[in-house]
Design a binder for this molecule. Sequence first.
Ligand SMILES: [Zn+2]
Length: 397
Amino acid sequence: MAGIKGVWVCFVACLAAVGMLLPAGGRLAAPPLPCCDRKAFMNSLESELHYVFGDTLPATGATLEVAPGVRWLRMGLPFALNHINLWLLADEETAADGSVRHGWTIVDCGIANDATRAACEQVFENELQGLPVLRVIVTHCHPDHVGLAHWLCNRWQAPLLMTAGEYAFARMMSAGLPGADGPAMLPHFRQHGLTDPEMILQLDGRRNYYPSLVPAVPIAFLRLEETRSLQIGGHAWRVMTGTGHSIEHAALYCETLGVMISGDMVLPRISTNTSVFAVEPESDAVGSFLDSLEKFLPLPEDTLILPSHGKPFRGLHRRIAQLQAHHVERLAEVRQACTTAPRSAADIVPLMFPRALDAHQLSFAMGEALAHLHRLWYAGELVRSTGEDGVIRFSLA
Ligand SMILES: [Zn+2]
């Protein structure tokens, strides 16, 4: 389905992670997304999913056991998407002399700020049973996931485990390298029809967004790969990579526990953002994401899904079907819009997101609109051409 396998990348500093998620009802819920009307954009079919722990949430600095040796904690985020879930897995390592050292592996980190560090210290004090953190696993490069990795790895002298793609992008964006920085977005969006000078000015003001949330990334990493599984606390966890939301997102599946840590790839309440940004301007993010979702279909329907946002749930296949339907609907809207005239991504934004957007929301909306245009382009339903004004537009093939 993906046509060219557009392992697109959601990276751009200003667009980073925290806001790269859309409510499954189909509307923008990007972060610092002051989404004015979030309720209206929630997954309207959320009741089809089973929230195993109801409305119970772990308190700040505390954890909740969700499976044997698997503990859930939440870290606050200074955005409308106000939290991220992290996971502690009981772990152990064997030293050269054969002695076993018990401890924990932590999955994902929160952003790098004082509040997150303080909440982490609380967890370390109260919830680790006096044991150390042995490993830090990060699902992908977005700031709410990788922001505090540098501090955590230093704090515990623990290694960082990521896929090579995610690690490289985190390093690239944290360093603000040209093309992977905020300013790279402006010519890209201009080429796709964005002309509003006020918005351009606002977007330009967000050039340091990613480094402000991820000031540093560990200088070395251990690679997570699709073909390898990890032994964590006596259980095998399979790495399942996915694209369309980030370059090489790692979800973790443990068959014996019947648990998947899904990161941002499968979320119960909001749909994962799939955007085309400047660093990979011809990507097929929607196609890549839909392809990636299919990799999860062989897992049992009653797998306990531990998402990065929202609450643990069962109903994996149902949720995948909801997400597929969501994109089918969005694609139909975009296709319809292109039947009457050639459309740029900027033309599509108000159709897909019919409300006022601030600069941050607009960046995700542009990325998402373009991703849906590209899906239809790769499917052969639309053609893409550049006008005399330099703007790229799409029309029926
Ligand atoms: Zn993300």
